[in-house]
Design a protein around this ligand. Structure first.
Ligand code: HEM
Length: 158
C-alpha cells in the first residue's frame, strides 16, 4: 500500500448497509435504500471507490457514484473526486481527523440537460464508529433549498 494513503486504510474493502438508509429533503417524499460501497487501491497514492444504491423494497438500482480519493502528502488534506450517474461530477475537499472524513464541495459540474433543481453545494461525512460500523451522512443545497440533510446510512464490512 502506498504510504500516502495509509491514514485511509480503515475505509478499504466492501461495506454493505446493515439496515435501510434514510433519504429525505423538504421537496421529496422520504425514502429508504440499501447501498454497497467498495474502496480499493492498486499501489498508487489513490483510493478507488464505487458506491451502488438500491431501492429498499424493489431492490432496483438507483443512485451510483464512482471516483477517487487523494491525500496531500504529509498533511490531513483530502480530495474526493466523484462522478454520479445523475450527470453530476464534483470535487469535494476536506480533512481527515482520526477515522472521520469531513468533505465539502469545491467544484460541481453537470450535464447540460441535468434534472432540476440543480445541486449548489454538498457536504459529506464518513465516520468509522466505535461499534465498527461505517456511517455516511450527506447534506446538499439546491437552487431552491439551503444546505440540509439528504442521506444518512450505516454499513458493516462484508
Ligand atoms: C432526489 C441529489 C444521492 C435517492 C434528489 C434531488 C437531488 C439529489 C438534487 C432532487 C431534490 C428535489 O427535487 O428538490 C443527490 C446527490 C447525491 C444523491 C447530490 C449524492 C451526493 C442519492 C442516493 C440515493 C438518492 C445515494 C439513494 C437511493 C434520491 C431519491 C430522490 C432524490 C429517491 C427523490 C426522487 C428523485 O428526484 O429521483 N437527489 N442525491 N440520492 N435522491 Fe438523491
Amino acid at each position: 500500500m502506498n504510504p500516502t494513503i495509509l491514514p485511509l486504510d480503515w475505509l478499504l474493502g466492501t461495506w454493505q448497509s446493515d439496515e435501510p438508509g434514510e433519504g429525505c429533503f423538504p421537496t421529496i417524499k422520504p425514502f429508504r435504500y440499501f447501498e454497497t460501497l467498495q474502496f480499493s487501491h492498486v499501489g498508487q497514492p489513490v483510493v478507488n471507490f464505487s458506491f451502488n444504491a438500491f431501492h429498499a423494497d424493489s431492490k432496483k438500482p438507483l443512485h451510483r457514484e464512482c471516483g477517487f480519493i487523494r491525500m496531500q502528502p504529509g498533511t490531513n488534506k483530502v480530495a474526493f473526486i466523484v462522478a454520479q450517474n445523475s450527470g453530476l461530477v464534483e470535487i469535494e475537499e476536506g480533512e481527515l481527523t482520526g477515522q472521520q472524513l469531513n468533505l465539502r464541495s469545491h467544484a460541481i459540474a453537470r450535464i447540460s440537460f441535468a434534472k432540476e433543481p440543480h445541486v449548489k453545494e454538498i457536504s459529506r461525512v464518513f465516520q468509522l464508529r466505535a461499534d465498527g460500523k461505517l456511517e455516511q451522512r450527506v447534506s446538499m443545497a439546491t437552487d431552491t433549498q439551503p444546505l440540509m440533510e439528504h442521506l444518512r446510512i450505516t454499513y458493516i464490512r462484508s
